[in-house]
Design a protein around this ligand. Structure first.
Ligand code: CDP
Length: 225
């Protein structure tokens, strides 16, 4: 038997890394919903539109969003993954994510993509909006310091020149935008299990969520017997 898993949490807490590894281990499908919001920011930049332009909503509605086998986002069939992971796109994305018309279009698409069991979705509003009935909800967090260090390392491996303090300040700003926005703010739902990854390795974090998932699957199997 399969379940659905919702992973929410602030930026750079490692949600996508953990979700991807977990999906591989459980043979589930991972959907990185953040990359869909990032693709909207990419569209805005490409067409020189502002986050609240009505044309942007039209464009998002007309666009086709998908994922390839590597989990890369496909916009109208084109792999744009490498283009959406820049510092510039980071901040614009969390502003665009405040637009309710865009959120509602993306939520519909996400619910259509994950219309059965065996899905792991990560984002900000998965347990609270997109997959309210997910069997396992995880709220993944980490201190701002450890998140800034991780993001710095990520940028350095890509050869992007940026300092720790700039990243720290940007993460703080995105946290504030994501937690205080009017529509679907980042919240920890009452039924979510908290995973603080500040002092955990990727393997330890994956192990923990895997154990929670297996316990739930076993419980459900036992009650169905
Ligand atoms: O990789 P990181 O955690 O920094 O961000 P992400 O998951 O790629 O998401 C980028 C931005 O999209 C976030 O800062 C949110 O503002 C927004 N987002 C959202 O509002 N709802 C989601 N389900 C996923 C992302």
């Amino acid at each position: 038997m399969k379940i659905n898993i919702a992973i929410d949490g602030p930026s750079a807490s490692g949600k996508s890394t953990i979700a991807k590894a977990l999906a591989k281990r459980l043979n589930y499908t991972h959907i990185d919903t953040g990359s869909m919001y990032r693709a909207c920011a990419y569209l805005a930049l490409k067409h020189e539109l502002k986050p609240d332009d009505i044309e942007l909503v039209d464009l998002v509605n007309k666009s086709d969003f998908g994922f390839n086998e590597s989990g890369h986002i496909l916009l109208n069939g084109k792999d744009i993954d490498a283009k959406i992971r820049s510092k510039h796109v980071d901040l614009l994305t969390s502003t665009i994510a405040q637009n309710q018309a865009i959120r509602s279009t993306l939520v519909d698409m996400q619910q259509q993509l994950a219309n059965s069991k065996g899905f792991i979705l990560d984002g900000r509003d998965i347990g609270s909006v997109v997959l309210k009935d997910a069997e396992l909800k995880v709220f993944q967090t980490a201190s701002i310091e450890s998140r800034a260090k991780r993001r710095l390392a990520e940028y350095q491996t890509k050869g992007i020149d940026v300092n720790y303090q700039t990243i720290y300040d940007e993460i703080k700003l995105r946290d504030l935008q994501d937690r205080s926005r009017e529509h679907s703010p980042l919240i920890q739902t009452k039924d979510a299990k908290v995973l603080d990854t500040s002092d955990l390795t990727i393997e330890q974090s994956v192990d923990r969520v895997y154990t929670w998932a297996m316990e739930l699957i076993k419980e459900r199997r036992d009650t169905n017997d």
